[in-house]
Design a protein around this ligand. Structure first.
Ligand code: CMP
Length: 147
């Protein structure tokens, strides 16, 4: 059975043509890309999406960064989509990514713990919540009946 996850390519990576084309190729070669959308986040939307982090010291930094340019959203599918995409991203913390897994996307293109290239849903449940958040018209029912 196919699983879904949400990949969000963050503003600094969307602005970097080398990073963006590399990331797109990696995604295309490993997943079925179900839907893609490029958007520019409003402050309120970003705060809503990241509301579980509202108390964190990096919250304002995160919101400022995520609203600083376009982001690319991809609904991706694979039998192990959630874990596989997180594995390809590597550790959230860039120093860890660079030293321990230099070939992961964050190791290659990460700039800081905030500008860490891309986001990946952390579970099947959050994937569903996040996909509904950005693609309210997406039908999980139709998708699962046809997969
Ligand atoms: P993401 O997977 O999009 O989910 C939460 C984001 O908060 C994370 O990626 C980072 O961009 C950011 N973040 C997490 N931890 C830190 C940190 N220690 N310092 C700064 N930003 C962070």
């Amino acid at each position: 059975k196919l699983q879904l996850s949400l990949a969000i390519i963050k503003p600094h990576a969307v602005k970097n043509p080398v990073a963006l084309s590399y990331i797109r190729n990696v995604i295309k070669n490993s997943f079925i890309v179900v839907k893609t959308r490029r958007i520019c986040l409003e402050k309120e939307t970003a705060e809503d999406f990241y509301k579980e982090h509202i108390q964190k010291f990096f919250f304002n930094r995160l919101i400022t960064f995520m609203t600083s340019g376009s982001i690319d959203l991809h609904i991706i599918s694979h039998t192990n989509a959630v874990k596989l995409w997180r594995k390809m991203l590597g550790p959230t913390k860039v120093y860890k990514a660079q030293f321990e897994e230099p070939n992961c996307l964050r190791g290659m293109f990460g700039i800081s713990d905030t500008r860490n290239v891309a986001h990946g849903s952390d579970s099947v449940t959050s994937a569903e919540r996040e996909i509904k958040f950005f693609f309210p018209e997406f039908s999980f029912y139709d998708w699962h009946t046809h997969d």
